[in-house]
Design a protein around this ligand. Structure first.
Ligand code: PEP
Length: 279
């Protein structure tokens, strides 16, 4: 049950794809083809493409009829504001380039050994710099098969948010400071997806955990997205679940046709929610 109307969000994770030479054009094409009212659109290109994407999204023909533009997000951020961290990018460095950031993606947990404790520090760094965070959580295949998926996701949420002041991670101007993406690791880039009902159960668990951590309204204000091989063909199954507020899209987010269809489906959910909230 939706006690408060949560925003519907479609976030694109371009991973290590695009260059500064081509990212702006792709961003503009996607933005112009996803002009749907009621959907928060976020494009997360590689760091070196942030400026090109930001500039492309300033074009007048990308705003939706409700006036919403497209936000730019980074794919990661360092936990310290500055220092001897070769190759890293801090939250203050993203000022003027991005307003959102993905933290704790499973590819960074896998490739950079990121722990829940470190991810928690990144969340705090993002919030301190005014970046809206998308926190990724999700179990490995063997954890799901072993019946431990819920335990793993609950622990990730608890540990990543252990140092956070829940009062600092609510909404501001209707936009959330914290969004959680449930991304089962076995579904990322594999073409396999979770079932909608399983993703919804995990979203309920995530909100119950937020409630236990002291988040306002028992976590009901925090959007929970599904991520893992989402396409235009599968988005409907997830958005049919009231507990799911959108998607974090990887591979399909580089394809304008796919993004147009995904955002169009998300707009149906946004319209239905607005109707329920009004009535
Ligand atoms: C992701 O990168 O967060 C993701 C879900 O990727 P894909 O959609 O390609 O599985």
């Amino acid at each position: 049950m939706i006690r408060r109307m949560r925003q519907v969000i479609v976030a694109a994770n371009w991973k290590m794809h695009t260059t500064p030479a081509d990212a702006g054009e792709l961003a503009h094409t996607i933005a112009a083809r996803t002009r749907e009212s009621g959907v928060i659109r976020v494009l997360c290109p590689p760091f070196v493409c942030l400026a090109a994407v930001r500039d492309a999204l300033e074009a007048p023909d990308v705003a939706a009829p409700d006036g919403q533009g497209v936000a730019v997000g980074a794919q990661d951020v360092h936990h310290e504001p500055a220092g001897a961290y070769t190759g890293s990018i801090s939250a203050p460095m993203l000022a003027g380039l991005a307003t959102w950031v993905i933290v704790g993606h499973s590819e960074r947990r896998r490739d950079a050994g990121e722990t829940d404790e470190l991810i928690g520090r990144k969340l705090l760094a993002a919030r301190a710099s005014g970046l809206r965070a998308i926190l990724c959580v999700g179990e490995q295949l063997e954890e799901r098969e072993g019946g431990r998926a819920a335990e793993v996701v609950e622990r990730q949420v608890r540990e990543c948010l252990a140092g956070a002041d829940p009062g600092q991670f609510g909404t501001d101007g209707g936009l959330p400071w914290l969004t959680i993406a449930y991304e089962p690791v076995w579904a990322i880039g594999t073409g396999r997806t979770a079932r909608g009902a399983d993703a919804a159960a995990m979203a309920d668990l995530i909100r119950a955990t937020l409630g236990a951590l002291g988040f306002p309204a028992r976590g009901e204000e925090i959007p929970v997205l599904y991520g893992g091989s989402v396409t235009s063909g599968s988005i409907g199954e997830f958005l049919a679940e009231p507990a799911i507020d959108g998607a974090l899209v990887g591979g399909a987010s580089l394809k304008p046709d796919e993004m147009a269809a995904i955002v169009a489906r998300a707009a149906l959910t946004a319209t239905a929610r607005a109707g329920r909230a009004a009535g």
